[in-house]
Design a protein around this ligand. Structure first.
Ligand code: ATP
Length: 236
């Protein structure tokens, strides 16, 4: 299918004049790219700025076309989808209703097709199509959030800490789903705190500290790098 790429240059973003990210360059290529970094490094701010939820300066170019700043709807139309931290489902709505909301920008027929595909890809959600989202387990809710993001047919899927609060087995299952999505041709940019598992599932990684890139490279190389090991894996 696609080989979607996102090129980010000199990106800066923050809140009310307080700059969280400065001069950030990022090359997101087909496959899975993971962004690591300590609390407050600016990882969520980066995803929000790219998704059009926060104003930013600098360039963000998706397959040759510049993405607008602070225009989330335009970013969705261009093929970007964000699964925000905390999932943000509608707990009093069913799984099906939550998924349909992810296809709010597309015609009803296409929405029905994508819904059928989501249920093929996530059999567990098909079994629970009429269950209220708020009554599902954390892992199931995260699956709904990912499936909902896929309803818009994104070329680039961004995930903010998808493994947060999940049991280890659920983390593995979720990262396997992320891997499969990338292998099917949707480029993935993922923020994770679960450093080891995230790097094992990813192709490339970036490490942010205080809004800047301090290390980057092939995921395997980062996994074995002294910088990442000392900072995040508790190596001696
Ligand atoms: P974490 O791993 O804890 O989620 P993060 O790397 O995702 O951290 P951000 O959430 O991007 O970091 O936050 C970066 C900085 O921006 C922090 O200092 C935070 O306090 C600040 N910040 C985040 N959101 C806001 C906001 N709405 N208003 C003001 N400052 C904010």
């Amino acid at each position: 299918m696609s080989g979607t790429q996102l090129t980010v240059r000199r990106l800066a973003a923050g809140y009310h004049g307080f700059r969280v990210i400065q001069g950030l360059d990022l090359d997101v290529t087909p496959g899975v790219t993971v962004v690591l970094g300590p609390n407050g490094a600016g990882k969520t701010t980066l995803l929000k700025a790219l998704a059009g939820l926060l104003p930013r300066t600098g360039d963000a170019v998706l397959d040759g076309a510049a993405l607008p700043s602070a225009d989330a709807t335009a970013c969705v139309r261009r093929g970007l989808a964000l699964v925000a931290e905390g999932r943000q489902l509608f707990p009093q709505m069913t799984v099906t209703e939550n998924l349909e909301l992810g296809g709010w920008l597309i015609p009803a027929r296409l929405r029905a097709e994508r819904l059928a595909r989501a249920f093929d890809d996530f059999p567990r959600l098909k079994e629970r199509a009429t269950q209220l989202a708020g009554t599902m387990s954390g892992g199931e809710q995260q699956m709904v959030a990912v499936a909902r993001a896929l309803m818009s047919g994104p070329r680039l899927l961004m995930l903010d800490e998808p493994s947060l609060g999940l049991a280890p087995r659920m983390v593995d299952e979720l990262l396997a789903i992320v891997r499969r999505i990338a292998d099917q041709g949707v480029t993935v940019l993922m923020v994770e705190q679960n450093v080891r598992k995230a790097l094992q599932a990813a192709d490339r990684g970036y490490v942010l500290e205080r809004g800047r890139v301090v290390a980057s490279g092939e995921a395997q190389a980062l996994l074995h790098s002294d910088a990442v090991r000392q900072a995040y894996l508790g190596a001696a």
